[in-house]
Design a protein around this ligand. Sequence first.
Ligand SMILES: [Zn+2]
Length: 292
Amino acid sequence: MCTQVVHIYTDGSLIDGKVGSAYYDVTRNAIARFRIADFASIYTAELIALHEALKYAMQLHLEPRPVIFLTDSLSVINKLQNINPNSNLNYIEGEIVKLCTALRTSGRQFRLIWVKSHAGIVGNELVDSYAKEATKKPTIDIQTPVYPPSDLRRRLREEMLKEWQDTYDRYPSGETYKTTFPKVSLTPWFTKCPGKSKSFYKAISRIRSGHCVTKAYLHRIGRSDTDLCDTCQTTETLHHIILECNKFNEERDIMINSLPTSIPRPFNLATILRPDVYELIFIFLCSSNITI
Ligand SMILES: [Zn+2]
């Protein structure tokens, strides 16, 4: 390695919800580790590492040696190498641009280059370990305003989803529904099946909620003398209608033969109620003249 050039590696790391940034000046064996806000994205961690490295380089008044900043973040390289007067920069990107301008104005030559991660490049491996160590620091070193609002929005979304999932898991009823759909989602199921008929959405919504016109249901609410299937003389549940009833064997065979091979056998409602199967179930209902 040419000793006339200052090599500074930068890296960001996210481990167990904690985020760290680090730079490593190989030439002087100078290391700096920063724990940053837990909600920061890995991209922000990479930017902060570079920002701190640039501030450090600004303070190097020893001699006019060129500096090479090395990062394994393609996102950072792509962003900074494609900046034009119309670029929309967040705070930390803007600060980096200012520091680059200041470095240039001070007559310092520098370059920002990309290095492949986990490729045995010693400086990169070391700075990676320093960024990981930074995540274990007891307190946050870098406070606002460096964090872009998008990082906070993303973290808030994650937190809300987690809280919603906890509430959903603890809710004292809806066990069948929870077994079939154990994960809450910010995306309603029907957005994965666009452009279908009204009767499709109605039927699938009923199946998903378990609120269907079956003999078992009608009997429970006092609207049928029996809960038994006319043909099979067993309890007529939704499971029975879709997966067992002898009345619909022919139509069911067509559906079963078209099911994705990734669905584990034997089938049950919990395993077949998925967006790529809803259409098959709906065709089965229509061809069997089943109204649920
Ligand atoms: Zn039956």
